[in-house]
Structures are given as structure tokens and as C-alpha cells.
Design a protein around this ligand. Structure first.
Ligand code: SF4
Length: 272
């Protein structure tokens, strides 16, 4: 039940705040692969600035194949991704030579690309080819760790099979693409590494980390919990002088509470 609540609340929250990035607006697997390589261990705000220029200059895998590594490095130097020029060039060579210019659709083929690991492979499979696969990175592990108290004993938790198995179990049967995007956005905007916004979090009533008092919030107790709302307590939206995102989060909490009070959730995410 807690799993279902988690995915439903996450999806409803995300429905209200959906972030628009160039790489989320395209269906082109090449562009999605490029974005995932650029995004790896990099802030999306930085990538946002470079991605359109990159795609303009190298609109297809063949343009990238013909580029000089220095040309690529020059384009991405603003976001300190120098070493990725070589890597992108090698990726383009492999894709043209071994896969006839097509972005591979099988995980083992994607993982055979230079510097491409499990996260990027699954992100491409999910976001480009709409396959139902989980994504696990440091941020996703932080969210699952806080809400469910799942921990890895490995020094590199994002490579821990236990964490991937857990993420697989969490994945809804439908809406899994949105779910994976939602997880990423939630980790970056609400369940942040430092100063998570627990007070306005739609998951706060099911979160182990918060229950154990581990939370710290710079926001203050401005918003009522989903449970308070479900009991009929009013949330004074007009009194909130917070960032839009926070207001939207509260709105999504109210929506969720209403669905719960009616005894049904109005989206299909519950199917497992
Ligand atoms: S309550 Fe706090 S720690 Fe728990 S999921 Fe929400 S933001 Fe993260």
C-alpha cells in the first residue's frame, strides 16, 4: 500500500509541476542519448544552456561522427564537460560502425558503448523507447532511502543490484515514463540532498526519514499535511509567500487528498 501511495502522490505532484526540457520534448533516440550523456553528474540547468546549441551543430549521429573531438569540447566547455568530447565522438563511431547509425534498443548493446553504464542505458530505454525499466542514481537512492529506509552496504550504491531490484519493484505498470521523470524532478526540487522541503512534501506522511525526525526545513510550517487536509483542515494558499513550486505542491496534495477521500485514485498508476 505504501508503494502505491508513493507512486500516486509522486505522479500527481509531477502532473502539476512537469518540467520542460528540450530533451523531454523530442522522440529522437539520438537526441535523448546525447542529453543523458551530457546530464550525467551534471546540473540540468547547465545542460539546458548547451543542449540546443549541441543539437543545432550536430543534429544527427552522422554529424557527430564527422566532428573533431576539439569541436565538441569547445561546444560543451561552458559546463565543464571537457572529457565528454572524446566520449561522445567514440560513441558516435561505435553507433555508426557497429549499429548502422541506429541507437541500440537492447540494454547490452547500449552498455557496450564507451562510458555508458546502467543508468544511461535504462534512461535511454525508458525515455526514448518507452520500455518499462527503472532508473537508479544517487538522487533516486536518496529518495528511496529516506522514504523507505532502504540502504545499500556497497561503497557505490548506484551499482548495487539490491537497489536496482527495489527500484524495479517500485515501478508502476503504467505511467512508468512519467514516474521516472517525476522521481528525478522530485529528488532535485523537493527531496534535495541538503535542506529537503519536508514541510511541503507530498510524501511526508509516509516518509521514514521525516518520521524519525531527520528532516530539516528552511520553509517553516506553512503547509498542512495531506492527512490534515483529508480531515478537513483548510490550507491557506493565499497566505503562502513561497516559491510557485511550493504552492503547486500544496495544490497537488489537496488534489490527492480529495481523491483519497473519495476512496479512489483517479490515475492509472496504481496497477502493479
Ligand atoms: S518528507 Fe522530506 S525526506 Fe521525506 S521524501 Fe519528503 S522531502 Fe524527502
Amino acid at each position: 500500500m505504501k508503494f502505491v501511495k508513493f507512486s500516486n502522490r509522486l505522479l500527481i505532484w509531477h502532473f502539476h509541476i512537469k518540467k520542460k526540457f528540450g530533451w523531454r520534448e523530442t522522440k529522437d533516440p539520438y537526441k535523448i542519448l546525447i542529453s543523458e550523456i551530457l546530464l550525467h553528474k551534471t546540473d540540468s540547468k547547465k545542460v539546458e544552456k548547451v543542449y540546443p546549441k549541441f543539437i543545432d551543430k550536430f543534429p544527427t549521429i552522422y554529424h557527430l561522427y564527422q566532428a573533431e573531438p576539439e569541436e565538441i569540447d569547445d561546444l560543451i566547455k561552458d559546463i565543464d564537460l571537457f572529457y565528454r568530447g572524446q566520449r561522445l565522438k567514440k560513441n558516435a563511431e561505435q553507433i555508426v560502425n557497429q549499429f548502422k547509425g541506429n541507437i541500440p534498443t537492447r540494454k547490452e548493446d547500449l552498455m557496450s558503448l564507451y562510458g555508458v553504464g546502467e543508468y544511461i542505458s535504462n534512461a535511454v530505454l525508458c525515455f526514448a523507447f518507452k520500455k518499462r525499466v527503472p532508473i537508479v542514481d544517487t538522487n533516486v537512492i536518496r529518495v528511496y532511502g529516506r522514504v523507505f529506509n532502504v540502504k545499500s552496504q556497497k561503497s557505490r550504491p548506484h551499482t548495487d543490484k539490491k537497489m536496482w531490484d527495489f527500484a524495479e519493484k517500485m515501478l508502476p505498470k503504467e505511467n512508468y515514463v512519467d514516474y521516472n521523470y517525476a522521481l528525478l524532478d522530485f529528488a532535485s526540487d523537493i527531496c534535495r540532498a541538503k535542506n529537503p522541503l519536508c514541510e511541503i512534501c507530498p510524501l511526508k506522511s509516509i516518509c521514514v526519514y521525516r518520521k524519525e525526525g531527520g528532516y530539516e526545513s528552511p520553509v517553516g510550517n506553512k503547509a498542512d499535511s495531506v492527512d490534515d487536509i483529508a480531515r478537513g483542515k483548510k490550507v491557506a494558499l493565499s497566505s503562502l509567500k513561497m516559491h510557485d513550486l511550493r504552492v503547486i505542491t500544496v495544490a497537488s496534495m489537496i488534489f490527492y487528498a480529495k481523491c483519497e477521500m473519495k476512496g479512489k485514485i483517479q490515475i492509472k498508476a496504481v496497477k502493479r
